[in-house]
Design a protein around this ligand. Structure first.
Ligand code: HEC
Ligand code: HEC
Ligand code: HEC
Ligand code: HEC
Ligand code: HEC
Ligand code: HEC
Length: 449
């Protein structure tokens, strides 16, 4: 079988696409009743179309709906290992059904190829949002290789022939997340191409005190922690055990290749040394432990130490942004020292600022560099409205809704300062997207309906 046909059958090649059919189902998730029929999700109070899927179903599949070109994640996911529908990861404790979580480009850049985000928006895309479902050839072979029907002629990166750091980056661009991944100042992660150094684009942090809980995308960190990798070094990489085109498993010959003297040569080494373990963030997920332990360890309770850079430059800026992302108060001291103090730093400082006027100044400076930053638009609007500067506030909230039409706070705030007819239309339009919003329903009642 040729590479094309073999690869097309792998989970990576099938990791996203437009929904064709969804089997009928009826179930409860996070305390809410759902029904699925004809590519539509029904719930108390409304419905949502199931337009795109993410996940090949090797482990599971989640869904997104499209409205006016904006993509939103749906609250339910199919878990293949358990054979059941349940709440999407992160939605397990939602009191109100959540329908407005933006599908940002980062999500699609790991699951789809040739993604087409609309510039200056948070979650709006071209039609279709990506030109190729799943992980395409060019993600591992560089630009132009999607035409690699004639690979001999195509200019193609061969990961296996790159120096180790660049080779590993090909897989790590998607299989490494760490506790936080921070884009370096002035670099766009989306511009990473096979063959580049990942550390030039982002810094990845992990907790220093060996947090042992297994995350869905922890294969890279886990392998790095293994005695095999520590001692064998660059000789050992993902490609030692995985053939990406056929998704075949070369593990047994790899183990025996390096451990010719080991015991139990006739048995499957991975069965004992790479046990399957539940993940902490994948909801019902079970993953293979890539730290290749001698004996299966009891996972100790997660201990939070200090963040340390696993890959890339752990400077004050990256540390500050990483702590901020994790909601850790240590963020502020790093951010104040950070160089450069570019807009992502000032945005975090604004959110942390106790003083409204100081925060407003920071938001203004964020918007000078990034005029479409949604948090700055919404929060600066609120500050200006508090100062009686309604017209300016209204303009900011309108802009926020062009960035992401699902920003409830911007809708509700605008509805408060606009003439009644216009306000009603705004809230009604929002309720079509999010029919279960108690706040939007209350606002509509206040507006006399
Ligand atoms: C940094 C890259 C990255 C990002 C960002 C990311 N994922 Fe994933 N996702 C992965 C990888 C890699 C796997 C495969 C997990 C594994 O087996 O380790 C995966 C697995 C999944 C699966 C299970 C698929 C299956 O059947 O194996 C689903 C569903 C999923 N992701 C949904 C999402 C959604 C929805 C988003 C965005 C909101 C997202 N992911 C963001 C990399 C990513
Ligand atoms: C997930 C990463 C990944 C994807 C996607 C991928 N490849 Fe590869 N490809 C590799 C790696 C790794 C190697 C090196 C294999 C080796 O030599 O061990 C490789 C090698 C190759 C080679 C050289 C083959 C050889 O045996 O010398 C060709 C040609 C190729 N790939 C074509 C493709 C085409 C065409 C697609 C899309 C249909 C594709 N690849 C998708 C990772 C990938
Ligand atoms: C553009 C992002 C991306 C790149 C690059 C990438 N992967 Fe993946 N990989 C994924 C996603 C997403 C999944 C989950 C696919 C699914 O099931 O939906 C996955 C799944 C896998 C799986 C599990 C397949 C299964 O049977 O469930 C393996 C193994 C894997 N990748 C290995 C690799 C290796 C090795 C490389 C580097 C040569 C690589 N990947 C590069 C995104 C990527
Ligand atoms: C690229 C070579 C290589 C591969 C492939 C490899 N290992 Fe290792 N492994 C090593 C080296 C080197 C060490 C450290 C020295 C030693 O103990 O032999 C090691 C150590 C170990 C240890 C001791 C761990 C400890 O905590 O003391 C175990 C167990 C192990 N390997 C099992 C495996 C199994 C099982 C596989 C296949 C899933 C495997 N290794 C694949 C090179 C490799
Ligand atoms: C020493 C061998 C070995 C190495 C090296 C290795 N893997 Fe694996 N991997 C395995 C085995 C064994 C499985 C389980 C396969 C199965 O159950 O069919 C697996 C499964 C996976 C899966 C499917 C989800 C899961 O956890 O079961 C993904 C994704 C994956 N590996 C990614 C990677 C990535 C990325 C790298 C490089 C950082 C890597 N692997 C390096 C042996 C290895
Ligand atoms: C039935 C479970 C089982 C299987 C299968 C198994 N091992 Fe082990 N292995 C263990 C246990 C338990 C230990 C630790 C106690 C001991 O040394 O016997 C161990 C220890 C090791 C060590 C460390 C030895 C040392 O002196 O520190 C290596 C290396 C290793 N195994 C490699 C392998 C390889 C390679 C395979 C496959 C050819 C394999 N094991 C198959 C259970 C297993």
């Amino acid at each position: 079988m040729g590479i094309f046909d073999a690869y097309a059958r792998t989970p990576m090649a099938q990791s996203s696409g437009r929904v064709e059919t969804v089997p009928e189902a009826s179930f409860t998730a996070a305390g809410h009743r759902y029904r699925i029929a004809g590519k539509t999700l029904y719930f108390e109070g409304g419905t949502a179309p199931m337009d795109y899927f993410i996940g090949s179903n090797a482990a599971g599949r989640t869904y997104a709906r499209e409205r006016d070109g904006y993509l939103f994640e749906l609250p339910v996911t199919w878990y293949a290992q358990k054979g059941a529908w349940d709440a999407s990861p992160g939605y397990e404790k939602d009191g109100e059904i959540r329908l407005t979580r933006a599908v940002e480009p980062t999500c699609l850049q790991c699951h789809a190829s040739r993604v087409r985000p609309v510039l200056g928006t948070q979650n709006r895309y071209g039609d279709p949002p990506f030109l190729e479902g799943g992980v395409g050839c060019e993600r591992c072979h560089g630009a132009g290789s999607e035409h690699a029907k004639d690979p001999a002629k195509a200019k193609m990166v061969n990961p296996a022939r790159l120096e180790a750091e660049r080779r590993d980056g090909v897989c790590s661009q998607c299989h490494l997340t760490g506790e936080a991944r921070i884009e370096r100042a002035g670099r766009k992660f989306a511009e990473f191409r096979a063959g580049d150094r990942l550390a030039d684009f982002a810094t990845y942090f992990v907790w220093k005190l060996g947090r042992r809980d297994l995350k869905v995308t922890s294969h890279v960190e886990k392998l790095a922690a293994s005695a095999c990798k520590t001692v064998a070094g660059d000789r050992l990489w993902c490609g030692t055990c995985h053939d990406t085109h056929s998704n075949s498993d070369k593990t047994q010959s790899a183990c025996v290749g390096c451990h010719a003297e080991a015991h139990r040569q006739e048995e499957r080494c991975a069965a004992c040394h790479m046990p399957r373990t539940r993940t902490v963030d994948g909801n019902h997920g079970v993953m293979t432990d890539h730290s290749i332990p001698k004996v299966r360890k009891n996972e100790p309770a997660p201990a939070t130490g200090a963040l340390t850079a696993f890959l890339g430059a752990g400077d004050d800026r990256a540390h500050g942004l990483a702590y901020a992302e994790l909601g850790d108060r240590r963020a502020r001291e790093y951010l104040l020292r950070a160089a450069p103090q570019d807009w992502p730093v000032r945005l975090r400082l604004a959110v942390l600022a106790g003083d409204g006027a100081r925060a407003a100044q920071l938001y203004e400076s964020v918007l000078r560099e990034n005029p479409n930053e949604p948090t700055a638009l919404v929060n600066l609007g609120a500050y200006l409205a508090g100062q009686g500067r309604m017209e300016e506030a209204g303009r900011l909230w309108e802009r926020a809704l062009r960035v992401n039409e699902g920003l409830e706070e911007a809708v509700l705030n605008l509805a408060q300062i606009r003439p009644v007819e216009e306000a009603r239309a705004l809230v009604r339009k929002y309720l079509e997207l999010n029919p279960v919003s108690k706040k939007a329903r209350a606002r509509l009642r206040e507006l006399g309906l």
